[in-house]
Design a protein around this ligand. Structure first.
Ligand code: HEC
Length: 109
């Protein structure tokens, strides 16, 4: 192996380490990554209901950080209604469908 080849190989190894170091530094702790738990509701049928009935008590983040199945969202919405979230039966159903789509067990985020 010529010394020139060895130098190229060394440069490649250094580049690989540099890339690894960069990717570690770029991540940051999950709690501050904005896209993971946005502080607003995503577009969709139900967004207006959620903004009106949920945001006067707490941030949207409390909702956007969840991943619940249909039963889970049903329980949560029922609990919030008991505490004062104003929802008609039709809004209750629309909201559950919306939350399940956006923050269900297999939601794309
Ligand atoms: C009357 C005030 C109030 C309203 C209105 C309200 N919440 Fe809450 N919510 C709370 C409180 C208080 C907590 C914190 C409870 C705790 O720490 O366990 C909470 C916690 C939550 C949580 C996290 C705990 C869990 O069960 O997963 C979710 C999700 C949630 N709310 C969703 C909603 C949604 C969706 C709405 C709109 C339909 C809503 N909330 C409306 C008071 C409210």
């Amino acid at each position: 192996v010529s010394s020139r080849r060895r130098a190229v190989a060394a440069a490649l190894v250094l580049a690989a380490f540099g890339a690894a170091a960069l990717s570690i530094g770029a991540g940051g702790p999950p709690s501050v990554r904005r896209a993971a738990t946005p502080d607003s509701f995503p577009t969709g049928t139900g967004r207006a209901i959620a903004e009106r009935a949920c945001l006067f008590c707490h941030s949207a983040m409390l909702v956007t950080q969840q991943a619940k199945d249909s039963t889970g969202w049903e329980k949560t919405i029922a609990q919030m209604e008991k505490w004062g979230a104003p929802l008609s039966p039709a809004e209750h159903d629309s909201l559950r469908a919306y939350l399940l789509t956006s923050f269900g067990p297999h939601a794309q985020r």
